[in-house]
Design a protein around this ligand. Structure first.
Ligand SMILES: Nc1ncnc2c1ncn2[C@@H]1O[C@H](COP(=O)(O)OP(=O)(O)OP(=O)(O)O)[C@@H](O)[C@H]1O
Length: 325
């Protein structure tokens, strides 16, 4: 469905030091700096995938989404999405995609939500029957009922986001770009948005490209991660693969029935020791969880044991460090 090949984009940014003198000088001599936002980015995405497009601030995520949605023209490379080159056949192309920017609204601020929806119906020339069918379905799935008659400015962030997502899908696109769709939402709204994304993907095979800093969004939704940093692609694979690559480290927390002296365990590092509690770290390549527990229980009376693996944020951080980002 999507073939991106060798996309690069450099921005020319005017440079200015602070102070009045520098401001006057910059009127005469303009200094520029080049920012390489994307460097030779390539990937392919199949129909029905949910891909998490992630990376630190300034990595180039929004620039990629802008190129893929036809807003920006890259300096080099090719991009074919459903047979279209986004920036060349934009008016035809946008009928096939939906875009939600969590930080910006596509709805009119002062008019009822329904008026914005009707405007989109006219822009996309959606036939009345399919508009009605989609509106009913989306209202139902996203629980929009009472919100439709309210002006957008009166909606809470969670309510607005549900309306934004509905707006992006009224014309039944096969591809949905979601840029930070859960930013600022409370736990309940986040779950509602995530459930909807899952449902729409499962029921209609809508392909979803999700940009987020919220790793729990990725864990809940994405079966594939593409990670970029400083404009370069760093990782493309499944979350499971990432877990096997970085998730070998385990933390074992043990509570004892009585006071004990510190115990050394072969293959594990003692991180903390208290008379009735200990924390060890170990690598599953070096030793097994069963072995660590067996060694410990030979020396102490165990009351409770918890084993934790690294969470996804830590794995991502390690990947950033590996690439010195
Ligand atoms: N219109 C522009 N003009 C100049 N520089 C830009 C422009 N848009 C982006 N950049 C620069 O390109 C780089 C990538 O920016 P981009 O917005 O794509 O990053 P991002 O990964 O989306 O970051 P964030 O997570 O902070 O939103 C940054 O260094 C940014 O300053």
């Amino acid at each position: 469905m999507i073939q991106v090949h060798g996309i690069s984009k450099t921005f020319k940014v005017a440079e200015r030091t602070s102070g009045l003198k520098a401001a006057v000088k910059s009127l005469i001599v303009r200094k520029h700096r080049m920012v390489e936002a994307l460097k030779d980015i390539s990937f392919e995405i199949g129909e029905g995938e949910i891909v998490g497009y992630i990376g630190p601030n300034g990595a180039g995520k929004s620039t990629t989404i802008k190129v893929m949605s036809g807003i920006l023209v890259p300096d080099a490379g090719t991009c074919s999405i459903m047979g279209y080159t986004p920036w060349k056949e934009r008016s035809q192309y946008v009928r096939n995609i939906g875009v939600v920017f969590g930080q910006r609204s596509q709805l009119w601020w002062d008019v009822p939500v329904l008026d914005s929806f009707e405007l989109l119906r006219d822009i996309y020339r959606i036939p009345e029957a399919s508009y009605k069918r989609e509106l009913d379905l989306l209202s139902d799935m996203l629980d929009l009922g009472p919100l439709l008659s309210m002006p957008v400015r009166q909606l809470s962030l969670g309510q607005r986001m549900r309306c934004e997502i509905a707006a992006s899908l009224l014309h039944s696109p096969k591809l949905l770009f979601l840029d930070e769709p859960t930013i600022g939402l409370d736990a309940v709204s986040k779950l509602a948005v995530r459930r909807f994304i899952k449902d729409i993907n499962a029921e209609r095979a809508v392909t979803v490209i999700l940009t987020t800093h919220d790793m729990s969004d990725i864990e809940a939704l994405a079966n594939r991660i593409i990670m970029i940093g400083k404009g370069t692609k760093l990782y493309d694979g499944s979350l499971t693969e990432l877990r096997t690559r970085f998730g070998r480290n385990r933390i074992l927390k043990a509570d004892f029935r009585e006071h004990h002296e510190p115990v050394d365990i072969e293959g594990a590092t003692r991180l903390e020791w208290y008379p009735e509690r200990a924390v060890y770290g170990f690598d599953t390549d070096q030793t097994s969880m069963a072995d660590v527990i067996a060694q410990l229980s030979q020396n102490v009376q165990l009351r409770d044991v918890i084993v934790e693996s690294k969470d996804i944020d830590e794995m991502i951080l390690e990947l950033y460090e590996e690439h010195r980002i």
